[in-house]
Design a protein around this ligand. Sequence first.
Ligand code: ARG
Length: 398
Amino acid sequence: MARGSVKRVCLAYSGGLDTSVILHWLIDRYGCEIVAYTADVGQEEELSGLPEKAKATGAIECVVRDLREEFVRDFVFPAIQGAAVYEGTYLLGTALARPLIAKHQAEVAKQTGCDAVAHGATGKGNDQVRFELTFRALAPELEIIAPWREWDLRSRPDCIAYAQKHDIPVTATLAKPYSIDRNLMHVSYEGGILEDPWRAPDESMFLLTRSPEQAADAPSEIVIAFERGVPVSIDGERLAAAALLQRLNAIAGAHGVGRVDMVENRFVGLKSRGVYETPGGTVLHAAHRAVESITMDREVMHERDRLAPRFAELIYNGFWYSREMDFMRAAIEVSQQNVSGEARIKLFKGAVQVTGRRSPVSLYSASLSSFDEEGGYDQRDAGGFIRLQGLRLSKPGA
Ligand code: ARG
């Protein structure tokens, strides 16, 4: 795009090196004004002083939005309900936050009179896709600028050199030898020294979990309650969404729960090694399934389970705001209508173990399944049932 083609750009800004350099570069390249926008999704970075810093770098305004409750309530919990796990392993912590961040960015852009949005995601990752598909779905009139795909800076040293040359205020933090993305659901690590998939991560890398070896020596037992598939309390104490996940992260993290180390298939067509810590989310998936096991109709559960890998893929690929996702989420929502009850979970040395489940609307019947009682089940019926099932096995063509 030509210089002057955009007048005011809303930039997803963290205050770190990359987005500080981007802020300056955009002004330089397009001669535009910048509205900096920061979403708090629980990344635990210092947010006070951020507006001043953005303005010192050249922004006309800086908007900070606290999205923590919305993130857990409207993105993390629906993912638990849909049993969303990408490639059988990744619980989607980053993928779930991106559409939310982008939705609010588009809103801020429109409210502040911007004609474009910009982000600091690189040209090789999934995040650029997630941001931009969300912009396309919710604010197609906005121009999209992705500096990493456009400029000739290629690395962190390039960025540092740019910042020094242009007197951009960057707080000198010691560079980590890998890239981190953190929010209330997880921390993800990739790139740098992790690019060798055989190299084990250093223990000092982990932020949310102890190693199972260093975890507490006595187990913890907790009871998690769900209403219609939504987690509502821990040990009888009702908690709002963000507070509940935060509490679980602390408990499960101390027991070394929720670490994953994998090589995943990115949407853009590359394989990538990722390491994740998702302590609370790991516990929620297990507890949720335990409550489902007594409250869900068999066929409904199996249908939902068939949708689950596709649901995970839509989330991973950035299609949160799409017609196929609306369809999928409506189906999942219906599947959760009877999923109310409690699961008791034991946490110990990295393991999550379900030790009990109960529900006032349980479909489990001790008398029907008991070895000791007949109940309403006539064992003689099973003979005919198996004979019919076996018909075509013993007489091909039947
Ligand atoms: N691979 C993960 C995903 O695509 C995480 C991406 C962001 N992580 C990072 N460390 N920069 O969802």
